[in-house]
Design a binder for this molecule. Structure first.
Ligand code: SF4
Ligand code: ZN
Length: 279
């Protein structure tokens, strides 16, 4: 199966309705750009009938992290992609909205807590995405996570001694049922990163191939290095293991609370974002 067939099959597993609004979380990188390109190609941007015409069913959402030239390049790439695809783009300017660039937010946190760059940035981006997707009345958030990402997360959870965290993986975040939580879907879940790269190059998508300059000390980077030594078959075997563990550890309708500080859905009294930013 080629990448388009695999993505189509994954989307059919999720049973999307073409009228549901999908917000694609666009970073400017190849993975999320390919997601937007494929959704558009598969007809997810088809306008609803004239009587219920409210806009296209896919829209892009980009968080401008204000991390210098890298962020500028990402923003330009995302603008060009959305222009080419004819989809609406929403840009969240972190400096305007949160008062600081991601680099400064991270430095403030790291002066009090020993957390890696991506651990801080990832939590903040997820929080923003869920909140803004809800405001925009999106039914789903589509992300560019692919097979290599999923295996990395699986290995990370095993190495951290928390295999139960693998229950949260899957093509859709179905186990969290909460009206304030927008489910995330991963159309590239079964696709290898190298195939996505080839596809984005073949279709000449405007993409920033350079890695994020702040990803230097991430634990995930070490795992990524290790994964370079694996062949396709070994990766597929790891994926199968991950899915089996995920099925076994899946909790039904996990109880979700609301954060006492920001009111967003959370697993604990205080959400991850607020506990990170708290002094
Ligand atoms: S690689 Fe890490 S620091 Fe860079 S944007 Fe992604 S999560 Fe943030
Ligand atoms: Zn909170």
């Amino acid at each position: 199966m080629n990448i388009e067939q695999k993505a189509k099959q994954t989307l059919s597993e999720i049973k999307l309705n073409k009228k549901d609004k999908i917000l694609v979380a666009l970073s400017g990188g190849k993975d999320s750009s390919v997601v937007a390109y494929l959704l558009k190609k598969f007809g997810y941007s088809t306008l609803p009938s004239r009587s219920e015409r409210k806009g296209t069913s896919i829209e892009g959402f980009h968080i401008d992290l204000k991390m210098g030239k890298y962020s500028e390049d990402c923003l330009n790439a995302v603008k060009e992609l959305c222009h080419n695809l004819g989809i609406k783009l929403h840009v969240y300017d972190i400096r305007k909205e949160m008062g600081n660039s991601m680099c400064n937010i991270r430095l403030n946190v790291q002066s009090k807590k020993s957390l890696k760059n991506c651990a801080i940035c990832g939590v903040i981006k997820k929080w923003i995405l869920n909140k803004e997707a809800r405001k925009l009345k999106a039914k789903y958030i589509a992300t560019g996570h692919h097979l290599d990402d999923e295996i990395q997360t699986f290995l990370l959870n095993i190495l951290k001694g928390s295999p139960e965290l693998n229950a949260n993986t899957g093509v859709i975040s179905r186990n969290i049922k909460n009206e304030k939580f927008i489910p995330r879907i991963k159309p590239l879940f079964y696709i290898l990163e190298e195939d996505i790269k080839k596809y984005s190059l073949k279709h000449k998508l405007p993409v920033v191939y350079e890695k994020c300059p702040c990803a230097i000390d991430s634990y995930r980077i070490q795992i990524r290095q290790f994964m370079k030594s694996l062949n396709k078959k070994q990766k597929m075997n790891l994926m199968k293991n991950s899915e089996q563990i995920s099925q076994k550890t899946k909790k039904k309708n996990e109880e979700i609370k609301y954060c006492e500080i920001c009111g967003e859905p959370a697993r604990n009294k205080i959400c991850k974002m607020c506990s990170i930013l708290r002094k």
